[in-house]
Design a protein around this ligand. Structure first.
Ligand SMILES: [Zn+2]
Length: 103
């Protein structure tokens, strides 16, 4: 398969780093087999508080009260991803807390 020069449209091999027709640099052009147009997004460098997210889920399951605390911590972070997981952690904690009362 092949890719195309963004400048002149010349068909090029996947491994090409420069266009053989016009010489344009192809560095940073996404491989068409790895991404589809429209779906390609530049990864945002954002602290996603991964350890706190994992700890939140673990604690929410083991100790719902601590799960709530970590959930609140994540909800107050300046990260969309952390807030999303914080919400889920608190939902998991709440559900398990209710179940532990029913059992
Ligand atoms: Zn070209």
């Amino acid at each position: 398969m092949s890719k195309f020069c963004p400048k002149c449209g010349e068909e090029l091999v996947d491994s090409a780093r420069f266009c053989k027709n016009c010489g344009a640099s192809l560095e940073g052009i996404p491989n068409p087999h790895q991404t589809t147009a429209g779906e390609y997004r530049v990864p945002v460098v954002e602290d996603d508080h991964k350890i706190a997210v994992i700890a939140g889920y673990v604690l929410a399951i083991l100790l719902p009260l601590f799960g709530f605390i970590v959930g609140i911590y994540l909800l107050t972070r300046n990260s969309q991803n952390a807030r999303k997981h914080g919400k889920y952690v608190m939902i998991v904690a709440a559900v398990l807390w209710i179940i532990s009362f029913l059992l």
